[in-house]
Design a protein around this ligand. Sequence first.
Ligand SMILES: Nc1ncnc2c1ncn2[C@@H]1O[C@H](COP(=O)(O)OP(=O)(O)OP(=O)(O)O)[C@@H](O)[C@H]1O
Ligand SMILES: [Mg+2]
Length: 473
Amino acid sequence: MIPGKKQILVADDEPNLRRVLGAQLTRDGHEVHLVEDGLAALKCLTENHIDLVITDLKMPGLDGMGLLRKALEMDANLPVVMITAHGTVDNAVEALKTGAFDYVTKPFDQEELRTIVKKALMTRDLAARDATRADSAPHSRYGIIGQSPAVLEVYSLIDRVVDSPTTVLVTGESGTGKELVARALHESSARKNRPFIKVNCAAIPRELIESEFFGHERGAFTGAINAKPGRFELASGGTLFLDEIGAIPLETQVKLLRALQEGEFERVGGVRTIQVDVRLVAATNADLRKQIEEGTFREDLFYRLNVVEVKLPALRDRAFDIPLLVDHFISKYNARLNKSVQGITPEALSLLTSYSWPGNVRELENVIERAVLFTDGPKVQVEHLPAEIANKGRPGSDATSQEVGLKEQVRAAMSQLERQLIHKALEQTGGNVTHTARLLKLSRKGLQLKMKELGLRDAMKQNLKDDDELLEG
Ligand SMILES: Nc1ncnc2c1ncn2[C@@H]1O[C@H](COP(=O)(O)OP(=O)(O)OP(=O)(O)O)[C@@H](O)[C@H]1O
Ligand SMILES: [Mg+2]
């Protein structure tokens, strides 16, 4: 295959026609495969990535109509153009009904053929583009999972700013993925091989924040024994992520604004002006507009930061994405915890989708991690969810975990323990039920009953060696 060239298959039993067609299509810049009958054409279709078929109707072996049907079975979007003898309109009509793209009559006009080929290839391209678009109706981009309109909007915003130096402000409640977006912006940009430097502005004492940002010279203040570059310098050429930007003291805000506007600053106690090329991403879960009204955040800095705002939705406002996220985290923690949980029961999932998620995606991730850890069967069940979520599904539901009866808690813990012990014993015996029963000092039938009760039998069916069906039905 020649890159960039379209591949056209010509099937005709007349050597002369093959030669003429082949010459013209090659001249027009296509890669051409010439075959003399339908069967050879099929073989060629399986071996190459053909974009267009031009075939004669009458051929020995498999004829043009037969080839058309087979070709469309293999690839419903493959354009097939029929060559028909002059005056055989019925055949042409039949071919079109069967799904041929078009037909040309012999002897054919070069210009007519050229137009048809062009149109067919264009249609092919469009179909291919639609197909990829449908396949990848994105549910995960930049490592961000989601398919709800709000998340699709986030994807397209990131697309738009990823390679511009624009400052981006990421806003959203705690745990909505602000840092994830900041890293995504960095990882997908041309800066990805340069540093990504994160500063949590809320975690730095206010008297140190300026030197943290801009560095300091030796002796700039008590304790400044050596000169030290700040985060701006360290991020040079890369991305500086200022998390919790709302926590910056007003006096530092002025300096930050200047650094952003002029692209230059001085170290604390220094006179030398330092210039750096840094892409700034800021994040906040505070309402900066409200802070402006209260006088704790500078309006000019806000507008400088807020060139592009990526607003992350709260998880409760995009419950549509919860099943996707649940699948994603189950796979993640299967791998991490060496488990093989296959999914979640509909009841458990429905509890997750109706919960309010004050901690957003971070909270969901923690809930799934714990559930994967506790699940021994194939699926996460209601009982594997934390009480404040699981109890929502029960009658008289406002019960907190303390209010669940002691007996009930003990029973749940016992089952969990039994499950673990049996599981471990089965692993030791390589899934041999007789040996496991002996190991646990149970009767074989007793073990099978217990396993059924705990849901272990179904979960482990594949791994059990001499498990009989005596309990079935
Ligand atoms: N859309 C998402 N797809 C996959 N994982 C996500 C998504 N959103 C968040 N996460 C995961 O949830 C966790 C919390 O995300 P992150 O730390 O980015 O949140 P945050 O908004 O910065 O929270 P905070 O305000 O508390 O700092 C991370 O483990 C992150 O990978
Ligand atoms: Mg964060």
